[in-house]
Ligand binder design. Structure first.
Ligand code: ADP
Length: 259
């Protein structure tokens, strides 16, 4: 393991019942990187995130977070997580944007009654980082899917994580806003130095914004810097996925989505 790795996955395999979903995954995620794990539906992306978050245990292999074995790791406040379900909030949910983001602090503070001026400042800063400060007093239910997703990211940011993990963050973001959404994440990565990890089946826009790409389909078929990935041609990716190869090769022309 290199000391620079925020996440280090070593020879990890996972199966549900008898189906092997992940096989011999080796993946080291350097500090300060912005990595997209891409793969078609059912390729094991969510399973890999659950393993990283300690929600599932691999039958084989080991995972290290910030240099510590996962089963000994306790500094979970360093890790922010925005689940896929975050953006399926009931639109009638009676909370303001400010309140939603504040709830990200309560796991650190314990209770709202200790909420101080400096905490209010942190909430506003987190909202500013995702371009949502001017919406702070709006009801969360009045916002678009993409705006809500930004608010959930602010909620994760408010406890100042060093690593932020996002599961399919552009589900629910309008197609014309996806580019700006990824740009916002790229800015967070650059300006705050937060290591970002997201999984997506949508390879189109994301490859323009991230520093690293990993292609997953039970095995890890490619992992490296984005510029290396862009040089791969369809032939080089032939083992990845028949349909996916086509989409990868043409994603710029067609805005490809791996299904
Ligand atoms: P992705 O996130 O890439 O869509 P998943 O990790 O959700 O992929 O799923 C990978 C495979 O594991 C799929 O074939 C899925 O049906 C299967 N799977 C996921 N969760 C479970 C579960 N709880 N029990 C059994 N099989 C599961």
């Amino acid at each position: 393991m290199t000391s620079q790795s925020i996440i280090d996955i070593q020879q990890v395999s996972y199966r549900y019942e008898k189906d092997i979903v992940l096989e011999n995954i080796n993946l080291s995620i350097p500090n300060g990187s912005f990595l997209a794990i891409v793969g078609p539906n059912g390729s094991g992306k969510s399973t890999l995130l659950k393993l990283i978050l300690g929600l599932l245990k691999p039958q084989k292999g080991e995972i290290f977070l910030f240099g510590q074995e996962l089963n000994k790791f306790k500094d979970w406040q360093m890790v922010g997580y925005v689940s896929q379900k975050a953006n399926s909030f009931n639109t009638g949910f009676p909370a303001t944007v400010f309140e939603v983001v504040s709830s990200g602090l309560t796991k650190k503070l314990g209770m709202f009654r200790f909420f101080k001026k400096e905490h209010k400042q942190k909430v506003l800063e987190a909202l500013e980082a995702v371009g949502m400060k001017k919406f702070s007093s709006r009801n969360i239910g009045e916002l678009s899917g993409g705006q809500q997703q930004r608010v959930f990211i602010a909620r994760a940011l408010v406890s100042e994580p060093k690593l932020l993990i996002l599961d399919e963050p552009t589900v629910g973001v309008d197609a014309e806003n996806v580019n700006a959404f990824y740009q916002m994440l790229a800015d967070l990565n650059k300006s705050r130095g937060i290591t970002l990890l997201l999984v997506t089946h949508d390879i189109g826009t994301v490859s323009d914004k991230v520093t690293h790409v990993a292609c997953l389909n039970k095995h890890l078929h490619f992992h490296g810097e984005t510029k290396e990935f862009e040089h791969l041609n369809a032939e080089g990716m032939s083992e990845f996925y028949g349909h996916g190869v086509h989409m990868l090769a043409h994603h710029h022309e067609h805005g490809g989505v791996l299904n």
